[in-house]
Design a protein around this ligand. Sequence first.
Ligand code: FAD
Ligand code: EPU
Length: 338
Amino acid sequence: MNSLKNTSLKPYNTFGIVCQASEVIELNMIEEIAEVLRYIKQQNKTLLILGGGSNVLFTRDFNGIVLLNNLKGIQVLSEDSNEVMLTVSAGEVWHDLVLYCIEKNYAGMENLSLIPGKVGASPMQNIGAYGVEVKDLITQVNTIRLADGAKVSFSNEECKFDYRSSIFKTTHKNQYLIVSVDFKLYKSPKLNTSYGAINNELITKGISSPNIKDISEAVISIRRSKLPDPAKIGNAGSFFKNPVVDLTTANRLRKEYPTIPQYEVGENIRKLAAGWLIEQCGWKGKTIDNYGVHKLQALVLVNYNDATGKQIFDLSTKIIDSVKEKFGVELEREVNII
Ligand code: FAD
Ligand code: EPU
């Protein structure tokens, strides 16, 4: 068991927030889990599991144990001429898994290219991008229950996946260590180019019959054109969820703001673009000292240089308040606040 006391968490969160944890433990092998859990219980400290730290905001030092999940391994569980089932350890880097699948010609993950973080966090908020959510590919999530060390697997249905949500972020929050995720992928691609920007990118590149690698590369270029690279500018992707409203609210807003983007997600339910709402409130590109709102994507809050998590949190509260005042719509934070 590899453990470090009073350690800086700056290298472990993509916001680049400077803060400390009482202790950081690296989990490198599945055989170490029982020992690690016993140790954590003995210490009687709060536990925080981290993958790539790309969806967290530390607002203070963490007075507890941070468990870094480095469990590695990709295994084929079964395959036939149409499908392949993989089981992937939680510490694998998500984009490396996407590239592995593209290399093997296993289709399904290509629209989820370049999402930062690790495989273990992918079911947490049901990661999604460009018309695909990981719930479309997950068959089972394999965990260890922290309370008693029991192995518990959750089927896709049991995970209760929803837009940026699952039981691991709601009813079962902080109760399970995800150790691996099982995926079903396809040997003949069912390409999803429903997101307009992908088609535009393919047209620009002169590609008329794309393969999964072409889709992945199109997604990567779109992402690079508007999302800040956490290696250069601290951020955690979209800070807020896109709000979901009823039809009456959607119609009221459309009347007042005819150009407001709205997406149908159910008969009487519409999703709004939080980025658009925030931009209309004048926040896009706003910089306060060393932090602010990204200039190309208003949903992304950024840390240019050693801002505190508290400053970024307070900025997010101001944004929530101004969107509520102008549009009567309540934004919800997507990022996990610690
Ligand atoms: P972490 O930030 O380490 O953890 C996130 C949460 O999951 C925490 O609550 C943590 O305790 C918990 N957790 C992590 N691993 C485990 C585990 N093994 N067991 C139990 N709990 C665990 N997200 C999208 O959905 N779509 C996008 O397009 C997208 N784009 C992004 C772009 C950028 C530039 C950035 C910085 C982030 C983006 N994100 C996006 C958010 C982020 O990449 C995802 O949420 C990702 O899945 C987080 O993975 P992680 O390993 O970094 O998780
Ligand atoms: N928009 C603006 N101004 C902005 C940003 C967006 O007007 O500053 C408008 C766009 O013009 C467009 C709409 O909002 O009409 C949607 O924008 P975009 O396609 O960029 O997607 P998004 O809704 O802002 C969501 C996800 C992203 C994901 C992309 C692509 C959420 C909270 N965010 O962003 O996920 O990559 O779609 O599918 O659902 C993340 O979760 O961290 C993340 C980056």
